[in-house]
Write a protein that binds this ligand. Structure first.
Ligand SMILES: *Cc1c(COP(=O)(O)O)cnc(C)c1O
Length: 390
């Protein structure tokens, strides 16, 4: 059966050049980077090299990069760390309703500890408004955390303007840039970012590895105790192969941003056009143009997204509903709800996320199956176009 992977916002394959970078660190260079002998030093050299690469990719200094187990840990660290380190100044945090769960749940955890969190609304395109940010800033606001790119609809936030506003008010600014790196140019200096979360497995690197950028001078408490790793700030023996791979992956991803985005845009435009021509009652959720090319969220009226996902899966096509479905009970996406996507589309929204290896054949096959399956689902749908039960 043909297989088409359109879930690159969930994770990407690990590229060959990244694998090649990782392999020696499994056996040839297997020392513990914390050891004082030559085996340790050799492994530490791999970490140093990777750290330089990550720093260079985002225009940071190497000593501002802290390796973590991924984006979720980086988000937890940034938000809880800044909150704990600044609680004497204030206990108010501003974020948005469309953040990744690792941001939202970190904020929830802080609320139970006496912090106050404002979750900003977004407009129907998924954009946080700067006026809103300004409106909700209080004397005791210590942190603003707004994601650079949303993982469900791909909307790019006005990070630089929000960061500037934060600084004019003496507030620390964090951004979750997991979906942004490799899709848009990120320069922490130019964009005035204080802390930034990154992950390797969204940019053709290995899973279980990422980093937090903490600008020198920014106060952020540490969460993991018990080791001298990461300049005594993040205990635990380094995942040397993954870190080496991450260094290579981010270097390549940032170097190839424009080429990859252009290629993906061409295919994406073709895909959307085909859907609009061949399937009635659809809607593209998200911003028209202030978005990354690789994420398209489409609502299909009179279709249940879970059913669509499963039937596409039977044809070898992998997509996502964007909603959390860990318990087996599908929750509607918090992002699409915050964007006030109309109810009739909310139930049938699917995220298609394209990777750099996508081909026209993949898209043609997907369109063919989509037309079939959507037709089938609509023919048995209890709902008619007017929204009334049949
Ligand atoms: C995937 C993702 C994360 C989590 O990163 P992990 O490395 O999987 O923990 C955080 N934020 C966004 C926007 C993501 O897409």
């Amino acid at each position: 059966m043909k297989k088409v992977y359109l879930d690159n916002a969930a994770t990407t394959f690990c590229s060959n050049e990244v694998l090649n970078e990782m392999m020696p660190a499994f056996n040839a260079i297997y020392g513990n980077p914390n050891s004082l002998h030559s085996f340790g030093r050799d492994a530490a050299a791999l970490i140093d090299h990777a750290r330089d690469r990550v720093a260079k990719a985002i225009d940071a200094h190497s000593n501002e990069i802290y390796f973590t187990s991924g984006g979720s840990e980086a988000n937890n660290w940034a938000i809880k760390g800044v909150a704990y380190a600044n609680k004497h100044k204030g206990k108010h945090i501003i974020t948005s309703k469309i953040e990744h769960d690792s941001v939202l749940e970190s904020c929830k955890a802080l609320e139970s500890e006496g912090f106050e969190v404002t979750y900003l609304n977004v407009d129907e395109n998924g954009l946080v408004s700067l006026a809103d940010v300004i409106h909700y800033i209080k004397k005791d606001t210590i942190l603003i955390s707004i994601m650079a790119v949303n993982n469900e609809v791909g909307t790019i936030q006005n990070i630089k303007a929000i960061a500037k506003t934060a600084h004019e008010n003496g507030i620390v600014f964090h951004t979750d840039a997991v979906q942004a790196i490799g899709a848009v140019k990120i320069d922490v200096e130019d964009m005035e970012i204080d802390l930034m979360s990154m992950s390797a497995h969204k940019l053709y690197g290995p899973k279980g590895c990422g980093a937090l950028y903490i600008k020198n001078g920014i106060k952020c408490a540490d969460l993991l105790d018990g080791g001298t790793q990461e300049r005594k700030r993040r205990a635990g023996t380094h995942n040397v192969p993954a870190i080496a791979g991450f260094g290579r992956a981010i270097e390549t991803a940032t170097r190839d941003v424009i080429v990859n985005q252009q290629k993906i845009k061409t295919i994406r435009d073709y895909f959307v056009k085909q859907i609009q021509e061949k399937i009635a009652y659809t809607r593209v959720n998200g911003h028209q143009y202030q978005k990354v090319q690789g994420i398209v969220n489409i609502g299909f009226e009179m279709v249940d997204s879970e059913a669509l996902l499963m039937m596409l899966d039977l044809e070898g096509i992998a997509v996502s509903t964007g909603s959390a479905c860990t318990s087996g009970v599908a929750e509607k996406s918090h992002v699409l709800k915050a964007m006030r996507v109309p109810e009739e589309y909310l139930k049938g929204s699917i995220r298609f996320s394209f990777g750099k290896n996508i081909s026209k054949e993949d898209i043609d096959y997907t369109i063919e199956k989509l037309v079939e399956i959507v037709g089938k689902l609509r023919s048995i749908s209890p709902v008619t176009k007017t929204g009334r039960a049949k």
